[in-house]
Design a protein around this ligand. Structure first.
Ligand SMILES: Nc1ncnc2c1ncn2[C@@H]1O[C@H](COP(=O)(O)OP(=O)(O)OP(=O)(O)O)[C@@H](O)[C@H]1O
Length: 330
C-alpha cells in the first residue's frame, strides 16, 4: 500500500466566471523515500493537488466531484475534520513558498519551533520521547542545527526578521519536520531563494527523506530542480497528470508531446527566458474545457479520437496519458 494514493480525483473551483473543473482525474501514488516533483505551467493544478494531499483546499469555493485521497490507506475525503487536522503537522508536514507568511514576526524562532513540537507531541508522544518543554527546546535546537543554522542554541532567541530569507526557509523546513511527518508537501520551497541557497536546501531535504523515512511531494515549475532532487516526476497539464514515473525514465525519454514541449522550453545559457517555445496556443479555459484530451488543441499529433475522450494514464511505472505515446519516437 502506498503512503499516499490519489485516485481519479476531480475538483471543481467556483469563481466569478463560473465553476472550473480544475483537477480532472488525478492519479498519483507516493511511497516512503520517494520524492515526487509535480511540474507544469502556471494554473495547471499543482498547488490544488498539493493542498488536496492534506485536504486544505477550501470548500467552498472548491468542490470534490469524485475520487479518493488515501493516506496510509484511509481516504482523507471521508474523514471527519478533526481527524484530518490531527494528521497535519504530525503525520503530514507542509512547507509553502514564502517564509515571511509562514513565520509569525511577533514570536521568537525558538518559541515557534517549541510550540510546534509540543503540539505534535500531544498527538504523537514519541516526538519528544515522552518529555515536555525542555525536551521540546532540545529538539528545536537539534532541528535548527540539522537544517544548517549556525549557533542554533543562540539563534533560538531571535525573531524572524533577524534571519535571512534562506535561513527563514530552513526554519520552516525544521518546523515541518520537527513532528517527524511521514509525508511532506512542499510547494515551491526554494523558488524565492537565490540559486546557491536553493541547491543547499534541496540537498538538505533530500538527505532528510531517508533519515525520516518519509515520502515527499514537491511542487515546482522548474525541471532542473526535479532532475536534481526528485526520484519521481508527475507532469501536469490543465488539471491532468499527463506523464509520470521515475525521473530518469521521464526526463531521458519523455513520451507525452506536452512533456517534450516543456523540456524543449528549459532555458539554456543561450536562450531567452519565456513561455513554451515551439508550442502554439495557450492553456485552455477550465470552465469550458475542450472535450477529450485537454492538450489536443495545441498538439500536432491530435486526431478525432484524442478529442473524443480523455486518454487514461497507462503503463506500469512510466505512465503516459496519450494514445500516440507508443508511436512517438523516443
Ligand atoms: N481559490 C480559488 N478559487 C477559484 N479558482 C482557483 C482558486 N485557487 C486556484 N484556482 C484555479 O485553479 C486552477 C489551478 O490552480 P493552481 O494554483 O493549483 O495552479 P498551479 O499549477 O499551482 O499554478 P502556479 O504555478 O501559478 O501556482 C487555476 O486555474 C486557478 O485559477
Amino acid at each position: 500500500m502506498a503512503l499516499l494514493e490519489i485516485r481519479n480525483l476531480h475538483l471543481a473551483m467556483r469563481s466569478f466566471d463560473g465553476e472550473a473543473h480544475v483537477l480532472n482525474g488525478i492519479e498519483l501514488a507516493v511511497e516512503r523515500r520517494q520524492v515526487w516533483g509535480l511540474v507544469g505551467e502556471t494554473g495547471c493544478g499543482k498547488s490544488l493537488t498539493g493542498l488536496s494531499c492534506s485536504r486544505l483546499v477550501p470548500t467552498p469555493p472548491g468542490r470534490y466531484l469524485q475520487g479518493e485521497i488515501r493516506f496510509d490507506g484511509q481516504d482523507l475525503l471521508a474523514m471527519p475534520d478533526a481527524q484530518v487536522a490531527a494528521l497535519r503537522g504530525t503525520r503530514i508536514g507542509m512547507i509553502f513558498q514564502d517564509p515571511t507568511t509562514n513565520l509569525n514576526p511577533a514570536f521568537r524562532i525558538g518559541t515557534q519551533l517549541v510550540d510546534v513540537a509540543l503540539a505534535a507531541a500531544r498527538r504523537k508522544p514519541e516526538v519528544l520521547g515522552g518529555g515536555g518543554r525542555q525536551a521540546a527546546e532540545r529538539l528545536a535546537v537539534q532541528m535548527l542545527d540539522k537544517v544548517g543554522i549556525p549557533n542554533a542554541a543562540e539563534r533560538m532567541g531571535d525573531y524572524p526578521h533577524q534571519f535571512s530569507g534562506g535561513m527563514r526557509q530552513r526554519v520552516l523546513i525544521a518546523m515541518a519536520l520537527i513532528g517527524r511527518p511521514d509525508l511532506l508537501i512542499a510547494d515551491e520551497p526554494t523558488t524565492a531563494l537565490d540559486v546557491s541557497v536553493q541547491a543547499q536546501i534541496l540537498r538538505l531535504m533530500r538527505s532528510m527523506v531517508d533519515e525520516f523515512d518519509m515520502g515527499v511531494v514537491m511542487i515546482t515549475h522548474n525541471l532542473g530542480v526535479v532532475a536534481q532532487s526528485c526520484t519521481h516526476v508527475a507532469v501536469m497539464y490543465a488539471g491532468n497528470i499527463v506523464e509520470s514515473g521515475p525521473v530518469r525514465d521521464v526526463l531521458m525519454a519523455p513520451r507525452h508531446p506536452y512533456t517534450r514541449a516543456l523540456m524543449q522550453a528549459i532555458p539554456t545559457r543561450d536562450t531567452p527566458r519565456g513561455g513554451l517555445q515551439g508550442l502554439a496556443g495557450s492553456v485552455p479555459n477550465l470552465i469550458t474545457p475542450p472535450p477529450g484530451c485537454r492538450f489536443a488543441p495545441r498538439c500536432a499529433l491530435a486526431t478525432d479520437t484524442c478529442r473524443a475522450a480523455t486518454p487514461p494514464l497507462t503503463g506500469a511505472s512510466h505512465r503516459v496519458a496519450c494514445i500516440h505515446a507508443e508511436t512517438v519516437d523516443a
